[in-house]
Design a protein around this ligand. Structure first.
Ligand SMILES: [Zn+2]
Length: 141
């Protein structure tokens, strides 16, 4: 009886979603943003505007999920993937900083731009670049 109800519900959902885009990477990401904005709303002095922004975001998520233009949504997903790939470089560096936080500090070489891992200590630190061999001095806290 109960199983039958859920089976029917699932069938109806599948019938409704036929030919539609459905939830994808972008809508999942935007839904997380939507939830974060929901939390932020309680700490914001302009809560009304934040709530309006949240509803606009929700409307856009529903538009994407219920959209019949699958090809267009797919091309947007490909663009989204490309953008995330561009951020990966910075995200990886942030992860590295977080993993080594108390003991090591990270700086870029002033001559070649190499990412340098430096043992953290107070004051001016001289570091020889591992790539170009030139000496950099940094002030660490
Ligand atoms: Zn260098």
């Amino acid at each position: 009886m109960k199983n039958d109800f859920f089976k029917k519900l699932k069938e109806r959902y599948e019938f409704f979603m036929e030919g539609r885009n459905g939830p994808d990477k972008i809508s999942n990401f935007l839904f997380i943003v939507y939830l974060l904005i929901g939390v932020l709303k309680y700490f914001s002095p302009i809560a009304v505007y934040v709530a309006i922004l949240q509803y606009i975001l929700l409307a856009y998520i529903l538009f994407r999920v219920l959209s019949h233009k699958k090809e267009k949504r797919y091309s947007e997903t490909v663009k989204f993937d490309h953008t995330v790939k561009g951020w990966e470089f910075y995200i990886d560096r942030l992860k590295l900083r977080a993993e080594n936080f108390p003991e090591y500090s990270f700086r870029t070489c002033r001559h070649c731009g190499e990412f340098l891992k430096i043992k953290r200590k107070f004051g001016i630190v001289k570091v020889t670049c591992t790539l170009c061999g030139k000496v950099n001095s940094y002030f660490l806290l």
